[in-house]
Design a protein. Structure first.
Length: 111
């Protein structure tokens, strides 16, 4: 079985990710960081990301093995919803409707 660990990253999908991010930047009094089409708010201890899509929030799980994690979660009733590969969105919907992103980071388990 793959190993899982919670990440400090949370993604918000929105039909207007730039405006959505600016709203929270204003509320939190912090600056936006834009990179490769993604908008980020470094809201310590979290990193909030805003991306284009149907409105939803996505929390992230770090995994030691992306393919094994996908297979393990599929056995538990998760369904792959958006799968772009390592380092890109790898969203799975749990049996209760919540989206999680799997992010491969074997170094997170070296402690």
């Amino acid at each position: 079985m793959a190993r899982f660990k919670i990440s400090s990253c949370v993604a918000f999908e929105s039909e207007a990710p730039g405006r959505h991010a600016r709203l929270y930047a204003r509320i939190l009094g912090i600056s936006l960081v834009e990179s490769e089409g993604m908008v980020e708010l470094p809201a310590e201890p979290f990193r909030l990301f805003f991306d284009d899509g149907e409105p939803s929030a996505v929390f992230e799980l770090l995994v030691d093995d992306l393919d094994e994690a996908r297979a393990d979660l599929a056995e538990m009733g998760f369904v792959a919803e958006r799968w772009e590969g390592a380092g890109r969105p790898c969203y799975m919907r749990d049996p209760f409707g919540v989206l999680v992103n799997l992010y491969p980071d074997p170094e997170a388990f070296s402690n």
